[in-house]
Design a protein around this ligand. Structure first.
Ligand code: SAH
Ligand code: SF4
Ligand code: F3S
Length: 475
């Protein structure tokens, strides 16, 4: 399929701007009624892609006259941008919806909105229609760019509005964005996923893989840099297959080479890499780059070949280990992190031992470990042999211990080194400290003040506290 910024997309952008003006009229009437500026609260569940979507949704809320608040209690409009990758994400949304209802009873002006991946599941919509009738507006992942228009529809109607699309080929990216950080930003380079790992619901709720035109991506990054951004994170479910379906195909590595040339941009990150598509060209580009961070997130999911096959991951343990070896040889100082699932149907403790063996061999700098969650509609949900909870727990605890020990050992290796950190925020516990992020994604806390925000500084890593450091700026 060919994708370019078509006149359709531009027309759509203009249309949505008109709806923003219309929505602004409703918001200003509300302001009059309230005697103050209405407050909107956007709550994000899930991954970086959802976080980026929330920046767009908040951008539109501000544009039409809301001010943002982090407190649902204070808000006149609450929007939950949901995730459905594991069932606990869903349960959290249902739990909090009950609480929102109690707030709505106290504030008759309050509007409750839901969007994101969970809304792409018909069973969820059915449940909300039945048991959460106080929700005002529901939309999905494919029509998020229609937010302004959907808001107008909501203001003009009393009953619940539900608008879910099964797919879209539109890429509408030129609408207002409210960035959470002034100095760093995520940027979508592709949408959807074609991999259909057998446990995963993402391809069903995010649709087929679509890459953005490289020129559009570069232009967006240039604009971000002009606006003060020094670090960007290129986002996609599988960035290694970026560009394959464009009219003029281009590799992810080639895109990175172009991004590297952007003057003023200091750091480049990306998420996520599927091991099966990671090319030698990418390793070379990373090795030679001055800007690409020394961090690779390379989800392994499992170590047993039998389970990997059932997961439809399309690599073996040996292939994965060989890939890691190749990367480490080319880029010795790279940090490698991963995602692991325990309790996939049919997984035995012997299989988990294989996963643990991978963790020992790779020496991950960090690993996110998840208990398998059955997602209705995925092939794995229909597999027999769902693993008993006690067995899952035993394997999980054992794995977690090895993961933590390994990560601690890796972190300790940096003791005494001086490394570059991007100053990201005021330390949460101690306001005399700032928190910085190293190229390898590790955090370091050091005395500094808020004027250093967004600056790259050289920091001595003095004391290791397990997974992070405290240190001081050297100049
Ligand atoms: N596209 C990314 C992952 C997106 S989901 C990739 O392929 O790496 C993030 C992580 O959630 C996955 O890596 C996986 O470890 C986990 N995950 C996905 N589906 C899951 C499920 N059904 N149960 C438990 N964990 C799951
Ligand atoms: Fe899910 Fe696999 Fe796609 Fe990642 S690559 S989003 S785990 S289907
Ligand atoms: Fe969750 Fe959707 Fe991301 S299911 S992990 S928010 S793509």
């Amino acid at each position: 399929m060919t994708r370019y910024t078509s006149t359709d997309d531009v027309q759509e952008e203009n249309l949505q701007r008109e709806y923003m003006e219309k929505a602004a009229v409703y918001v200003s009437a509300l302001k009059e009624e309230l005697g103050r500026t209405p407050r909107g609260c956007v709550v994000t569940f899930g991954c970086q892609m959802n976080a980026r979507d929330s920046e767009k949704l908040s951008g539109i809320l501000i544009k039409i006259g809301y001010e943002l608040t982090e407190s649902e209690e204070e808000a006149d409009l609450v929007l939950y941008n949901t995730c459905t990758v594991r069932d606990n994400a869903n349960q959290r949304v249902y739990g909090r919806l009950g609480y929102l209802n109690s707030l709505k009873k106290k504030n008759p002006h309050m509007r409750i909105l839901l969007c994101g991946c969970m809304m792409q599941e018909p069973a969820v919509i059915e449940k909300i229609r039945k048991s959460y009738r106080f929700v005002d507006l529901i939309f999905g992942t494919h029509n998020i760019f229609k937010f302004a228009q959907l808001l107008v529809t909501m203001y003009e109607n009393q009953e619940m509005i539900v608008d879910i699309w099964q797919e879209t080929d539109q890429i509408v990216e030129q609408l207002p964005v409210n960035r959470k950080y002034s100095y760093k930003s995520g940027i979508n380079i592709m949408f959807g996923c074609n991999n259909f790992c057998s446990y995963c619901i993402v391809p069903y709720v995010r649709g087929r893989e679509r890459s953005r035109d490289p020129k559009e991506i570069l232009r967006e990054i240039e604009r971000l840099v002009e606006d003060g951004v020094v670090e960007i994170m290129l986002l996609g479910q599988n960035v290694n297959s970026y560009g394959k379906n464009l009219e003029h195909p281009i590799t992810f590595a080639a895109l990175l080479r172009e991004v590297e040339k952007i003057e003023g941009l200091k750091r480049i990150r990306f998420m996520t890499s599927h091991p099966k598509d990671l090319s030698d060209e990418l390793i070379e580009v990373m090795r030679d780059s001055k800007k690409i961070c020394r961090h690779l997130h390379l989800p392994v999911q499992a170590g047993s070949d039998r389970i990997l096959k059932a997961m439809n991951r399309r690599y073996t343990k040996e292939q994965y280990l060989a890939l890691v070896e190749k990367i480490r040889t080319a880029i010795p100082d790279i940090a490698i992190t991963t995602d692991i699932i325990v309790g996939f149907p049919g997984e035995t403790l012997a299989d988990v031992e294989e996963t643990i063996d991978v963790v020992r061999k790779v020496q991950y700098d960090n690993a996110f470990t998840f208990i398998y969650s059955k997602r209705t509609g995925t092939p794995a949900a229909a597999m027999e042999e769902q693993v008993p909870e006690a067995v899952v727990r035993e394997g999980f605890d054992k794995l977690l211990k090895v993961v933590q020990d390994t990560a601690r050992e890796r972190a300790a290796l940096l003791q005494g080194k001086v490394m570059e950190a991007l100053v990201e925020e005021v330390n949460e516990q101690d306001a005399s400290l700032m928190t910085g992020r190293l190229s390898n994604n590790m955090l370091v806390h050091f005395p500094a003040d808020v004027s250093m925000l967004g600056r790259l500084v050289r920091v001595s890593l003095d004391t290791c506290h397990g997974f992070y450091y405290t240190g001081h700026i050297v100049d």
